[in-house]
Design a protein around this ligand. Sequence first.
Ligand code: SF4
Length: 422
Amino acid sequence: MVSRGNFIYHMNTQRFEDYYFDIGPMGPPSEWGSLLLRVTRNCPWNRCLFCPAYKNERFQYKKVEEIKRDINVVRALEDEIVRAIAEFGYGKGMTDALVRKEVLSGIIQGNPEIYGMAVEPETRSLRLSSLYQVAYWLSFDGKRVFLQDANSLIMRTHELVEVIGYLRERFPVIERITSYARSKTCAKKSLEEMRELHEAGLSRLHVGLESGCDEVLRYMQKGVTAEEHIKGGRNVVASGISLSEYVMPGLGGKRWSSEHALKTAQVINEINPDFIRIRSLAVLKDSPLYERYCTGEFEQLTDDEMVEEIRIFIENLDCNSYVVSDQMTNILTEIEGQLPQDKGKLLTIIEQYKAKPLMERLEFKLGKYSGSYCDYLDAQGRFDLQLERLIQEAHKSIQNSYPDAETKVDRAILAIKERGVP
Ligand code: SF4
C-alpha cells in the first residue's frame, strides 16, 4: 500500500529560472531510459529521401549558455522530485509506478502557479513534459543522457566539450553520454577532437550508415559516400568512443538489392564498429521516397526479399561487432549475437524462417506487423477501415490457402508500414 491520500508537495521555486527544458522528438530504442537533452535542433542535412523526421523544420545551432540553462532546469527538477519522494516517505522512489504517479500528482497539485490550468497551454505542456521526462529518467537509473537531435557532433568541438563537462559537473553520477552523428561530420573532425570528446565523457555515437553502396547513397540523397562512411567510422573507433552503425535492408530497392547488401558488409568490415543495428526500410507516407514508390520509380522489397538481403549481408561480415535487430520495422528481431562467433547462429535463424511452409510464414509476418505496428488509426485519429479491410482479406487468403495469399499479405504489410514510425 503506497497511497498517502492527498499528497501535496510545494516546490522551492527560488531555485528555478524556468520550469522547462528543450526536449527533441526522438532517440534510438537502445537508449530508452536516458535523459533526452537537446543540444542542437533538427537535422543540419535533412535531405535523405526515406526520412521524414525533421522535414519541415529548420536546423538550429544552440548557444552553450542556452544548453547550460536547460541542464540547470533538469538539476532543479531532479532535486525537487527527490525531495518530494522523501516527503512522500516511500523508499522505492521513482522505480515504483504508483509512487511515481502519486509524487508527480502531488507536485502538480501543489504548484498550480506552475502547472495549473490558468497557465498558458503551450507553456504548461512544456513544463509538464519536462517534469515527466526527469521523473521517467529517474525511474530508470538517472545515469544516462542522450544528446539530441540528429547530429550533435556538428557542434564546435570546444563547445560540445564544455556542454558535456557542465553536464557531468552538475550530475556527477552520470555514467554514459550518447548521441546521434552523421558519418560525414565524424570524418571531418580530427582524431584529436574525437579523442577530446571521448575524454570529456562522450561514450557512444549512433550513426545512420544505412548503405555502403554509393549508388544507393546517391539515390537516397544521403549526402555521404562509402569512403566517407569508412573514414568517419574509423575516426570514432580510433578515438575510443563506442560506435553503433545502423544499416537499412531494403534501401536499395529491387534495383540494387544484392550490391547494397554486399557493399554495406564491406564498408562495415572496414570500420569494425562495436554494434551493427539492423533497421529495415519502411517507406513512410510522409517521406519524399513515398512519391517515388507511388510512381513505380522505387520498387520496394518484400519482407522475404529483405530477409535474403540480411542473409547476404551477415554472410559477408568479417568483423568483431555485436549485431542487434531491435527496430519495429524488422521482421526477425531475434537476430542478435556477437561476431564472428555467432555468425552461424544468426544465419540459422534466417534459414529457419525461410524453411517455414509458405502459409506459416505468411501468418507469422502478418501477425507480427498487424499485432504490433499500429492500431489502424488514420492520420486524423479515425479507425482506418481501408487498412483493416486489407488485413482481413490477407488473413482470409491465408486461412483458405488462396494462391494470391502472398501478394495480399505483402500488400497489407506495406500499407501497415506506411503508417508506422521510423
Ligand atoms: S536520416 Fe538522419 S541525416 Fe538523413 S535527413 Fe534524417 S535525420 Fe537527417
